[in-house]
Design a protein around this ligand. Structure first.
Ligand code: NAD
Ligand code: 44H
Length: 389
């Protein structure tokens, strides 16, 4: 075990989850970020603490054996590190993948290692590594493209662990829930073994894992966040303490549970019910103090075609199944406008002002006008537009 892992994004999930696992598996972690203060602090800090909060109390881990590079100022260094690394991971947000592709491509071009680089994107999105790969391929030399299997292997992943915003003054330390699930595709590494990262669950077929995660954990979370924001709640656990909103979250997850158990027939109704129960318990945890604005952040991304509302609702509507609760959460997501510090929420407000309901539905959700869900979503958009005019 051991080796070197380059991790893009020294934020919450990066420091708190991905780096913890890589560190505990013997890898030296090189953080790459664009925030000067973050990189400077990491460079001055020999170690930081990850505190896992579970039902039986807290467990602390010390993370050391890391370095940090600012890609805004030292791109050549980043490229050199990638050329000599074993693994590249990232947790930067799905919209940032296009910006980190160039140094990865140049690092792959410069590789002389006999083993391929493992590239694993750790974002809340379906096929995030494939998306990153697409951007990387646009920047790769023809030589690397023709021998890509020898130079890099790309595996999608599904990553689940709640890392809330950290307390002011916490420095680099991260408070995190004890529960975790990190599933990674095994197929792309064959015939070699996948990277030895303790705690990673390698799977042949990631689709059921990522869809179940996004359309249960994140659909439930987002429903709570958008209703909560609308009702003036500060934290997710406060939303779940409200009986009416608690029921709304549970009813919404019955709709997505129907989709999951009919689409992936190896997941039984009982198994999905237990999964939902565990998730409602996780997001109700008051110790996490997870802000509704963090969970609702970037509403345009969350309202897009494969995301937590439109993704499951579209598939359910195609089968003529019930989507009313998902539409309720969707309405609240459309109402998440002009939230301080959230650029997408301002852009959402602008789009809803400037476009007709039909145009806004097409533009924001990516739904085709002929799709069986389209009219229902268009009605929601028109209603929000009328109320917020
Ligand atoms: N926090 C969670 O509970 C959680 C759980 C699972 C998955 N995720 C996913 O992980 C990703 C990151 O989430 P987070 O909560 O850690 O966010 P975060 O904002 O705490 O961290 C993102 C980091 O990426 C950095 N970054 C931005 N642009 C960059 C660039 N061009 N190069 C390098 N770094 C760059 C930011 O400066 C920041 O430090 C998201 O896709 C999120 O959906 C988060
Ligand atoms: O990270 P986002 O913005 O896609 O979604 C916000 C939260 O739902 C998310 O970060 C969860 O905490 C996480 O996905 C739990 O595994």
């Amino acid at each position: 075990m051991g080796g070197k892992a380059i991790h893009f994004g020294g934020g919450n999930i990066g420091r708190g989850f991905v780096a913890e696992f890589l560190h505990n598996s013997g890898y030296e972690v090189v953080f790459v970020d664009v925030v000067d203060s973050l990189i400077e602090t990491l460079q001055k800090t020999p170690s930081y603490e990850v505190t896992e909060i579970g039902p039986e109390g807290e467990t602390k881990f010390t993370i050391d054996n890391f370095r940090a590079i600012n890609s805004k100022h030292e791109m050549e260094k980043v490229i050199h590190e990638i050329a000599t690394a074993d693994i590249v991971t990232c947790a930067v947000g799905p919209n940032i993948l296009k910006f980190i592709a160039e140094p990865i491509a140049k690092g792959i071009d410069a590789r002389k290692e006999s083993t391929p680089l493992a590239v694993i994107a750790c974002e809340n999105a379906i096929g995030a590594t494939d998306t990153l790969r697409g951007f990387i391929e646009q920047k790769l030399s023809e030589d690397s493209k023709s021998s890509i299997k020898d130079k890099a292997r790309f595996a999608n992943s599904a990553i689940d662990r709640i890392v809330p915003l950290q307390d002011e003054g916490a420095g680099m330390n991260v408070k995190i829930e004890k529960f975790y699930e990190w599933c990674v595709e095994s197929e792309p590494f064959k015939p070699a073994d996948p990277p030895a990262i303790k705690g990673v669950h390698y799977v042949e077929d990631l689709q059921p894992y990522i869809e179940r995660k996004l359309y249960t954990v994140n659909t439930g979370h987002a429903t709570a966040a958008y209703y909560g924001h609308n009702r003036g709640k500060k934290y997710i656990h406060e939303v779940l303490e409200d009986k009416e909103l608690h029921d709304i979250v549970e009813e919404t997850l019955k709709e997505t549970a129907h989709l999951i158990t009919t689409k992936f027939t190896h997941i039984s109704k009982q198994e999905q019910e237990d999964y939902v129960k565990a998730i409602v318990k996780r997001i109700s945890n008051p110790v996490l103090k997870d802000n509704v604005e963090r969970v609702g952040r970037a509403p345009l991304r969350k309202l897009s075609r494969k995301e937590r509302f439109i993704g499951p609702a579209a598939m359910l509507a195609e089968n003529g199944d019930k989507v009313e609760c998902l539409l309720g959460g969707l309405e609240m997501a459309f109402r998440f406008q002009n939230v301080e510090g959230d650029e997408e929420s301002a852009e959402l407000a602008k789009k809803l002002k400037q476009m007709s309901a039909t145009e806004a539905t097409k533009d924001i959700t990516g739904l085709d006008e002929k799709h069986p869900l389209f009219k229902k979503v268009e009605e929601v958009v028109a209603k929000v537009q009328k109320d917020t005019a």
